[in-house]
Design a protein around this ligand. Structure first.
Ligand SMILES: Cc1cc2nc3c(=O)[nH]c(=O)nc-3n(C[C@H](O)[C@H](O)[C@H](O)COP(=O)(O)O)c2cc1C
Length: 197
């Protein structure tokens, strides 16, 4: 079954601390994703999303789900693809991102996930490798290509543009093309038959 219409891509900004660098990376990537013809964009900034740090009990009633969790869950459920903008903290990804991931189950399933990472010497690549393991548990497909920025504050100019604009654009296009292929393929497959987790 072929589903028509733009693919709904949710870009999740994973860092939440004061004076974070995340928005610089995210705003650049949002601009790149906005140029891609296949996607309609939604942006979730975890710093502006009041997800509780403590999860519900397994037997919690639907009425106990906090409002912010329900609201974000509806947006994630509507997504065809996810792009995670993540820094690296202590060789992994930030706790804010793990909390957001753990609040949801079905919302992630049978959808592709791409990564834009940044950090110090590692460019966030170790955070991405940990995220691939986590997202495997949630029945997602993580796309191979990534965009990464090592020594991230040195990689952008004063206006928030990457210094290697052409190289970064090529990397983003490659990631977005792979994400679109999987998003379209899996959207059609989900419409054909529900995913059996
Ligand atoms: C708690 C903490 C741990 C960090 N650990 C690493 C690390 O293991 N590897 C690395 O390359 N950079 C590391 N960094 C550098 C961050 O990736 C870099 O400061 C980045 O800007 C953080 O993203 P944010 O500014 O959006 O919070 C760490 C930064 C913090 C705050």
């Amino acid at each position: 079954m072929t589903v028509t219409g733009p693919l709904n891509l949710i870009i999740i900004v994973g860092s939440v601390r004061d004076h974070r660098f995340g928005p610089t990376v995210a705003e650049w990537f949002i601009g790149e994703a906005g140029r891609h013809p296949d996607f309609a964009l939604d942006v979730v900034d975890l710093a502006e999303t009041a997800l509780p740090g403590v999860l519900l009990a397994d037997h919690a009633a639907p009425g106990e789900v906090p409002g912010a969790v329900g609201e974000l869950g509806r947006r994630l459920a509507d997504a065809d693809a996810f792009a995670i903008v993540t820094p690296e903290y202590n060789r992994s990804f930030p706790a804010s991102l793990k909390t957001a991931i753990d609040w949801y189950v079905d919302e992630w399933q049978a959808k592709p996930v791409g990564f834009v990472s940044y950090g110090g010497v590692s460019g966030g690549l170790r955070a991405v490798e940990h995220l691939r393991q986590v997202f495997a548990e949630l029945h997602t497909v993580t796309v191979r290509n990534t965009v990464s920025f090592h020594s991230c504050r040195d990689r952008f100019d004063d206006r928030g543009s990457p210094i290697d604009a052409a190289g970064c654009r090529a990397a983003a296009e490659s990631l977005l093309d792979q994400l679109a292929w999987w998003a379209r393929t899996l959207r059609d497959a989900r419409a054909e038959r529900p995913y059996a987790a």
